[in-house]
Ligand binder design. Structure first.
Ligand code: RAM
Length: 397
């Protein structure tokens, strides 16, 4: 990592420390979290090549001034509505980072606390989210941004929201395209799957058994990544000597993910690699493997702050490297998208463009079409975390 980049990262780390401090409410009920600081830092770890062994070019953009100066004039218009975020569940630090980005972007656009609602469902289930969505409809919010716990179980509740004039977008985990205007996607599904499949290949030495430790069996995002991994594995002989033993589900709960990791180790004595495409799963698996001094190695999608002690190239570390994107930026993108939808700046159709404050270095986002012909906004590329950069990024998110 270049010196200049390191200093930007450290500056961002300090700003993000402030963010973490004001955005870590884990309330399981509808809450408008007040912020001690009106600053909005946006950090981006999205510009590095996902599969490159060097993690250069981590870009960090934003200052409170830069974001604030875009208020009402950066392509999304004025934020005069009530904007709601429904993460996947309470108690997941990834979701809390997402929420802090959402809240701080709206504050930078001039929103007061009562215009910003973060409603955590109690569990990572569709039922919990339906309860929350119905409550938001009765509160008359202007928009709902939801990280869906199921691809289709929210359809009726989201239709009810749209029928009531509420703008709906998704982030992190999508629903059927008919029930939302646009999906704020952290990175392309294929890009994430390719990074994970290549990591399994590399870490296993190109052959042997691996297992996947996922979130819930219904999670749209994890299922999309896993399906794409399978397609990649089947479509290229390069992966022919790899055998997927099992897809286990830890339900984005630490204890269940720990238990599932133990079960995989018991069931598959020849297991070489576990790939966990969820921050909750990978953190639980990392601890099990490292505590047991297991020879099984780990990769997947993890929060640097939770994975710092497990990332390393030697036998005493369970995870050589992993990937993620910036959850704070993802939340911020959902906030700008919500305001743009409410103001009619965008409809969510393919080809719409808008600027989202300082995200994307202030350059416009263009809504694109994914392989299901549904509209999405891609935040960036998956970013690789390894021993060379984990310390810096652990301070950021
Ligand atoms: C977990 C959640 C989230 C996912 C990350 C990678 O925190 O399942 O949806 O995007 O992992």
């Amino acid at each position: 990592m270049k010196k200049q980049v390191v200093s930007v990262v450290l500056t961002a780390a300090m700003a993000a420390g402030m963010l973490a401090g004001c955005g870590s409410s884990a309330s399981s009920s509808t809450s408008s979290t007040s912020s001690a600081s009106s600053s909005a830092a946006s950090t981006s770890a999205s510009s590095a090549a996902s599969t490159s062994s060097s993690s250069s070019a981590a870009s960090t953009s934003a200052s409170s001034e830069a974001v604030a100066s875009t208020s009402g004039a950066a392509g999304v218009g004025e934020a005069s509505g009530k904007y709601a975020l429904v993460p996947k569940s309470a108690g997941n630090p990834f979701n809390e980072r997402e929420a802090s980005g959402f809240q701080d972007a709206l504050k930078a656009l001039g929103c007061s606390d009562d215009q910003i609602i973060v409603s955590y469902p109690d569990n990572p289930t569709a039922d919990s989210q339906i309860t929350v969505i119905q409550s938001l409809i009765s509160q008359g919010v202007s928009s709902i941004a939801v990280a869906a716990n199921d691809a289709s179980a929210l359809d009726a509740a989201l239709k009810q929201a749209s029928d009531a004039g509420i703008k709906v977008c998704t982030l992190d985990s999508d629903v059927d395209a008919d029930y939302r205007s646009v999906f704020c996607n952290q990175a392309g599904v294929k890009e994430i799957a390719q990074a994970l499949m290549d990591a399994v290949y590399d870490i296993s030495g190109g052959s042997g058994e691996y297992a996947i430790l996922s979130a819930t069996s219904q999670a749209t995002n994890q299922n999309a990544w896993i399906d794409a991994m399978k397609q990649i594995a089947e479509s290229d002989d390069k992966y022919a000597d790899l055998k997927l033993d099992e897809i286990a589900y830890g339900d984005d709960e630490a204890q269940k993910s720990t238990d599932q990791t133990q079960a995989l180790l018991t069931k598959y004595p020849d297991l070489k690699v576990i790939c966990s495409p969820t921050t909750v799963g990978i953190a639980a698996a990392a601890k099990v493997l490292q505590d047991q001094k297991s020879s099984v190695k780990l990769t997947g999608l993890g929060l640097p702050s939770e994975m710092k002690e497990y990332i390393g190239d030697d036998d005493s570390h369970s995870c050589p490297y992993m990937f993620l994107w910036n959850p704070i930026d993802l939340g911020a993108l959902a906030a700008y998208t919500s305001v743009a939808l409410v103001n009619g700046t965008i409809t969510g159709a393919v080809g719409d463009t808008f600027t989202a404050g300082d995200l994307n270095d202030g350059n416009p986002y263009t809504i694109t079409e994914n392989s299901d012909k549904a509209s999405e906004i891609i935040l960036g590329q998956p970013f690789k975390f390894d021993p060379s950069n984990i310390e810096e990024w652990a301070e950021v998110y």
